[in-house]
Design a protein around this ligand. Sequence first.
Ligand code: HEM
Length: 416
Amino acid sequence: MSNFDASLNDCPISKLSDTYYFSNEQLEELFRRARKQKAISFLPDVGYWAVTKYADTKEILSNKKIFSAEITQEPLIPYSPEVLDLFIARGFGPRPTLSNNEREDHARIRLNTLVGFSPARNKKLEPYIRKLVNDAVDTFLPNKRADLLAEMLYELPALVLFKLLGIPENDVDDIKMWSDSRLVLSFGKPNLQQQLQAGNHICDYWDYCVHLVEQRLDKPQDDLPSDLIRTRNGDDAILEVIDIVNIVYGLLFAGHETTTNMSSNAVLTLLQHEGSWKAITKEPELIPNAVEECMRFRSSVVAWRRMVKEDVEIDGVKLTAGDRIMLFLPSANRDEARFEDSEVFDIHRKEARRHVAFGFGRHVCLGAALARLELKIILEELSTRLPGLRLVQDQSLMPVEAVQFRGPEELWVEWD
Ligand code: HEM
């Protein structure tokens, strides 16, 4: 690893785990100071180099010769040996397929997976997404107030994924439990017993994915796994069956918390900027650009990772092979060198879509179109049905406990 002299480290983000407890505004101020001081600085508590600027972020995300994505799925705190033994014993075997796949076959697998995210597939999901939003509104409407997160935004992206993956409603509770366990294991602070329980749940979900794909091989249906099986057409050179299992396994995690947090951040930000909320209630055609500006202004994926493959220098700092980098996407999206008046929230901003909240380059988010659709529908339906929506005053708005993702733990809103 590169030589690191602690006395020279003036990075305002001195301890990553402390950022759990920061409000959005505090974190945003921290990033602003970090961008001013240095393009890159070391985070001793996790052993990563922090990158906060837009141009460096794009270069690192897209330069595959020097920077590898192979570490993106690693837990920040390594699994205990007992959990690793459990994984071996239960034959838990995901292999790098999409986000952490740096083999040559990534491009082929990605290309052949696109069919599952086609405009046609998204169009089929649209009425279902609208119904989910409206059913939730119908339920809480008489109460005059709601925790939008608990009563709508937490479940919605998961239910959309279940529909996309063809998971029957009867299995939904199990899957939710398994998915929560993965979060606990990767980003929480579980004791050994909790780790083993979560480890078992993750293995249960893996077994479930294997079984689901086997069923679809037997009897294809109208869902993403069947789309991939049809594309494969029995040819391993197109997609191997194990690739499809890995894709099904990975999508639940890729598309749930990311979208839950982003939709809460979007509603929160629009309500904190009352004029913007009013504008979208009057002119719904502003919503697609408002979605982009919300993603730029308050991205839900806070940190995304890369590893250095070849020695390289960034802003005078020499990095060597094996060094780890944490890209702070929300900071890149507020970089004053890229966006004019970058700290101003402006739903009319022309270049809002240039944000890197979905990443950039060969690994750019595969579910971006679906996520954009979900965000658009949530804002369309909410602003139509509850135009007078406002935030409940004096709520804590504490973020979820995870350094890589950010969204409020609760989001209380009210209306007359
Ligand atoms: C607002 C919600 C979302 C955000 C903010 C988000 C963000 C991201 C980011 C930052 C990456 C890494 C890109 C890179 O390394 O350059 C990524 C990759 C990915 N995302 Fe998303 N995502 C969202 C929703 C979704 C959804 C709904 C799905 C699927 C249903 C999904 C599937 C994926 C996949 C498969 C990849 C890996 C692509 C590859 O490596 O080829 N995401 N996403």
